[in-house]
Write a protein that binds this ligand. Structure first.
Ligand code: NAD
Length: 478
């Protein structure tokens, strides 16, 4: 396929944000549109001295920023989300071109993170009185940490940057953000817009490769790393942050189970389950990655999900008819193609999809698989692509045991017409969030994060905000 006209001209209108200045990098990164496999943009890559400059700027800005009230900082964040909302259309289009997701999902990513930011800055962090008696008053305060390094992955770059950024700056910290080298552009544009609102140095944006992430973790001027990405990299973040004993929040991968009980109505829930499996072509930490269906409704559920998949066209995310876009990058595409091939070789039954199309772009069809072993790659690994196994069970205890038989523990769901029974089953899942009759429902008021190897700490809610702060006891005798 020939390159599309809009991909022939390479965009270069991107800059790093350091101390309120838009600056070029020491080097360049090429950015590929995964729907065309063409380089469509080039952006700066920061060098060592630029990392030092960004951290110094963030440290200097911290002195004033940390002394502002919560209300004042909330005002900055609200003005920022208003400016981001004015640029919504351009940001959404850029997000599709660098990330691949369908335009409706790019708009939804922006809508939900803007709302989440506005809601977050309405949360109140209060001084807690721990003891008050004749002899003492002991209070628990929360102080900002200093400079927070934010490292984000390529699947939801806008939302993951804004979520972490809002939490950090609202609580009085300043930030250096490093997005994925696969999807740096939306974050750089968000940095440009932040420059119009925030004092210099409060928000700095640096793009570069994985090595820049490692150096940010090692940097002695950074007090915390707020990391979203894979389990393997999360472990490296812990190791490289150890020397300086940084605080760390890790939002890592998942292998979310959905357990469908015999009293669920397959036709009624198929649309929601399908979307939770294949939103962003399955490249979502909390996508449904394994379905356990009771034998009584198994065939009906397979039929209903197959029908949904048949009615979900895939292709360039800029074409609004497409429900699935491409895989985001060649490495991920090759990994998922391997899982497709291994699954077919294993003798598992492909209900729908399964073929690797011979076309330009990292496209794969939505694929459901049955008759597959519990110890297959598709069941045990985080596939992070549009292929999901449907596994049969007859006893719910067996489904719970198999759902929990994993090193992951991000989230999971139970589907039933009896919410009380759903809750009882959900409470036995070893996950950070267990939903009943829904999946992927998050909010600023509810903590989110992983059990087991899916993470450390929580984001969102008061609990998440406190993760960006240091508790301080103040004890005063009467
Ligand atoms: P990744 O771990 O490869 O990369 C994430 C970020 O880490 C990138 O910015 C990368 O440049 C940087 N990085 C790489 N090596 C580093 C190092 N040694 N030190 C510091 N930084 C380093 O992840 P990915 O492939 O971009 O993203 C997909 C993964 O992210 C999936 O596993 C997904 O489940 C997970 N994820 C989790 C959540 C969550 O909230 N739990 C949300 C989105 C994605």
């Amino acid at each position: 396929m020939a390159a599309r006209a809009d991909d022939l001209e390479i965009r270069t209108d991107f800059s790093l944000l350091i101390n309120g200045e838009l600056v070029p990098g020491d080097d360049w990164l090429d950015v590929i549109n995964p729907a065309t496999e063409q380089v469509f943009a080039r952006c700066p890559a920061a060098g060592d001295a630029q990392l030092d400059a960004a951290v110094d700027a963030a440290r200097d800005a911290f002195a004033t920023w940390s002394r502002l009230s919560y209300e004042e900082r909330a005002g900055y964040v609200r003005r920022y989300t208003a400016v981001l909302a004015e640029h919504h259309a351009a940001l959404a289009a850029l997000l599709v071109r660098e990330q691949g997701k369908p335009i409706a999902q790019a708009r939804a990513e922006l809508d939900s993170c803007l709302k989440q930011a506005d809601d977050t800055v309405g949360l109140q962090i209060s001084v807690e009185v721990l003891v008050e008696d004749d002899t003492h008053r002991i209070e628990l305060h929360y102080r900002p940490l200093g400079v927070i390094g934010i490292i984000t992955p390529w699947n939801a770059p806008a939302a993951l940057a804004l979520n972490s950024l809002t939490s950090a700056v609202y609580t009085g910290n300043t930030v250096v953000i490093k997005p994925s080298p696969y999807t740096p552009l939306t974050t750089l544009k968000m940095g440009e817009l932040a420059r119009e609102i925030f004092p210099p140095g409060v928000i700095n944006v640096l793009t570069g490769g994985d090595e820049l992430g490692r150096r940010l973790c090692e940097h002695p001027g950074v007090q915390k790393i707020s990391f979203t990405g894979s389990v393997a990299t999360g472990k490296k973040v812990i190791a490289s942050s150890a020397e300086t004993l940084k605080r760390i929040t890790l939002e890592l991968g998942g292998n979310d189970p959905a357990i469908v009980l015999e009293d669920a109505d397959p036709k009624a829930i198929a649309k929601d389950i399908f979307f939770a499996c294949f939103v962003n072509s399955g490249q979502v930490c909390m996508a449904i990655k394994r379905i356990y269906a009771h034998e009584d409704i198994y065939d009906d559920l397979c039929d209903a999900l197959t029908e949904e998949a048949r009615n979900a066209p895939y292709g360039d995310g800029l074409d609004p008819k497409n429900k699935l876009g491409p895989l985001q990058n060649k490495m991920q595409y090759d990994k998922v193609v391997e899982i497709f091939e291994a699954t077919k070789r294993s003798g598992a039954r492909i209900l729908v999809g399964g073929d690797v199309p011979d076309r330009t772009g990292y496209f794969l069809p939505p694929t459901y698989v049955t008759d597959i072993d519990d110890d297959s790659r598709l069941v045990t690994e985080e596939q992070f692509g549009p292929i999901v196994p449907i596994l049969k069970f007859s006893e719910v205890e067996d489904a719970i045991r198999r759902a929990n038989d994993t090193r992951y523990g991000l989230s999971g769901s139970v589907w039933t017409s009896d919410p009380a029974r759903g809750k009882a089953v959900a409470s036995q899942l070893e996950v950070g969030t267990a939903w009943v009759n829904q999946h992927r429902a998050i909010s600023a008021y509810v903590p989110f994060g992983g059990a087991k190897e899916s993470g450390m700490g929580r984001q969102h809610s008061i609990l998440g905000l406190k993760g960006d702060m240091e508790p301080q006891v103040i004890s005063v005798p009467n």
